[in-house]
Design a protein around this ligand. Structure first.
Ligand code: FES
Length: 113
């Protein structure tokens, strides 16, 4: 089920929004105008990917520089080994909606579920 999260205007291109659901979700608005949602917590350790660096369709973790592909959640650069969970996004009438994945998240040891 798609849930409304925030107006797209609150996420400038190149920026991210941290949705404080459980577990938290990071929503990225790329410079190309695309919108992606992934779990906010890095799969390596407890770092917020919304605080990372967005480049194209990739986010770099702010803690140890793992890179994740926002389209698939795939790890593009270590030290993370497990992919990050992705969520379906739709922008309707200027509002970002997210459908949370039903797959199990790959949260790092010690992170809140
Ligand atoms: S916490 Fe993200 S790479 Fe280590």
């Amino acid at each position: 089920m798609l849930q409304p999260v925030c107006p797209l205007s609150e996420i400038p291109p190149g920026e991210a929004y941290r949705w404080a659901t459980e577990p938290a979700v990071a929503i990225f608005h790329t410079e190309d105008g695309e919108v992606f949602a992934i779990d906010d917590t890095c799969t390596h350790q407890d770092a917020s990917l919304a605080d990372g660096w967005l480049e194209g369709c990739e986010v770099e973790c702010p803690l140890h520089a793992s890179k994740f592909d926002l389209r698939t959640g795939r790890v593009d650069a270590p030290p993370a080994k497990l992919p990050v969970r992705t969520h379906r996004v739709a922008v309707t009438d200027g509002v970002v909606h997210v459908e949370l994945s039903t797959e199990a998240p790959n949260l790092p040891p010690g992170a809140k579920p």
